[in-house]
Design a protein around this ligand. Structure first.
Ligand code: LLP
Length: 427
């Protein structure tokens, strides 16, 4: 008998076979049965394919992809990228410990973020990371002092705020004058001159990151020209730069979005780099979402259907503590039933059990569902589990990594004992 397989548009690793949703050929219902819900399931192949698009784009160049682990810092995910030879972009001592535990090469680790503590700087120096992406003049002074105390030199790149609008949600725009990130374009040459004079520092690069979920190449091209203008000015002032780091930010398809593919984007950027004579420089990128976002789904079970006066609610067992993006950024995630059923379709707001009206996962979704059915929330590989919380004393979900015929539980479901372990009532 011929079993029709229908791939989900934009999600080549997810398909419906005989009415049942599969990821890399494995039944999501069986995984949910085995591990319970809410459950995050990731496709290893999707991650490797996403990485391959960057690698194709950089073929023949001196380039390093540093996965921005804030998108999904689960050890099982980090191991996939470490084994593939990736570098990592981290923003805390905790993230440093994670990448080292996953087997990262410390030389390929870069440390971003506006608020590094002295302890984190010491930890990163001791680990021998490749570069600190410094975000302010004050941080430069502290890093210099810490490196001198430790008897070493810290390799630094300075993050430039190019004042470019990435045309994305305001909370995830980072390269505008009003944002807290990076140093102002106008101050950059003076700051570089000063940095080069500090004994505890070794200036190695320049970086920028203009925002996230960018679906258009033009802000990247604009930022690139501005950064290259600065590189010319900084080098003319006598400070050579070894590498150029263009951050992350490339978007994914959540709901028919059409971001450029990583290799197509880099073809355009490299053409400009070549034209301006920088094509042979060492290049670094820090993608997060575009390496993991569409690799993952969150499987959730329908608890209750609740007809309302103005709205019908589909109450599921995942909530804003598992999937915070709709509540935080009014983000859209597709929601599809694991098994198709016949019957009347109804328009629902899909909501979680958390006691807040902001606890919604999808609004006005047309679904044919009944209590006990399972739904897949798509595009849940990035900024979901990494941003999950224990709000309402909900344990964080379990995670499974699927690779071919294998399914590995890479994080067990958090128990109430896990949550209470670090607390105690007053005596
Ligand atoms: N590099 C730096 C310095 C960053 O700040 C970020 C993300 C990245 C790289 C990776 O960006 P990506 O390639 O993932 O866009 N929670 C938000 C996204 C916050 C992004 C923060 N910075 C969301 O769920 O949309």
């Amino acid at each position: 008998m011929n079993h029709p397989v229908a791939r989900l548009p934009g999600h080549p690793h997810i398909a419906r076979k005989d009415g049942v949703l599969q990821i890399e050929g494995q039944s999501l219902s069986e995984l949910a049965q085995a591990h319970g819900t809410p459950l995050f399931v990731y496709s290893k192949q999707w991650m490797l394919d996403a990485l391959a698009a960057y690698q194709r784009g950089f073929e023949g160049r001196d380039a390093l992809v540093c996965y921005a682990i804030k998108a999904n810092s689960s050890l099982g995910v980090l191991r996939v990228f470490a084994e593939a030879g990736c570098g990592f972009d981290i923003v805390s001592g905790g993230e440093l410990a994670r990448v080292l535990a996953a087997g990262a090469d410390p030389v390929k680790v870069i440390f971003s973020g506006v608020g590094k503590t002295r302890a984190e700087m010491r930890q990163a120096l001791a680990a021998g990371i490749g570069c600190f992406n410094v975000e302010s003049e004050a941080e430069l002074e502290v890093l210099n002092a810490v490196a001198l105390e430790e008897g070493g030199r810290a390799a630094v790149s300075i993050r430039i705020n190019p004042n470019v609008d990435p045309k994305t949600h305001p909370y995830i725009s980072t390269g505008l004058k009003g944002n807290k990130f990076g140093v102002a374009h106008d101050r950059a040459v003076a700051i570089y001159r000063h940095a080069a004079s500090l004994q505890g520092l070794q200036v190695v690069g320049i970086d920028c990151h203009i925002g996230s979920q960018i679906t258009d190449a033009s802000p990247y091209l604009e930022a690139l020209e501005r950064v290259l203008d600065l590189v010319e000015a900084i080098e003319a002032a006598g400070v050579p730069l070894h590498h150029l780091d263009f951050g992350g930010g490339l978007g994914i398809d959540y709901n028919g979005d059409t971001p450029p593919a990583a290799d197509a984007l880099w073809q355009q950027l490299l053409a400009r780099l070549d034209a301006r004579g920088f094509g042979r420089r060492r290049l670094i990128v820090e993608p997060g979402r575009s390496l993991v976002g569409n690799a993952g789904v969150c499987v959730t079970e329908v608890l209750y259907l609740k007809p309302g006066e103005e709205k019908n609610f589909c109450i599921v067992d995942a909530a804003m503590n598992d999937l915070p993006r709709p509540a935080m950024y009014q983000a859209f995630h597709q929601i599809v039933p694991l098994a198709e059923r016949q019957g009347q379709a109804t328009t629902y707001d899909v909501v979680g059990p958390v006691c807040e009206s902001g606890d919604w996962i999808g609004r006005d979704r047309v679904l044919q569902v009944a209590p006990g059915d399972r739904l897949a929330v798509l595009s849940a590989g990035a900024y979901c589990m990494a941003m999950a919380s224990n709000y309402n004393t909900r344990g964080r979900a379990a995670e499974v990594l699927v690779s071919g015929t294998q399914a590995t539980l890479i994080r067990r479901r958090e128990t109430i004992e896990d949550q209470l372990r670090s607390e105690q009532p007053c005596a």
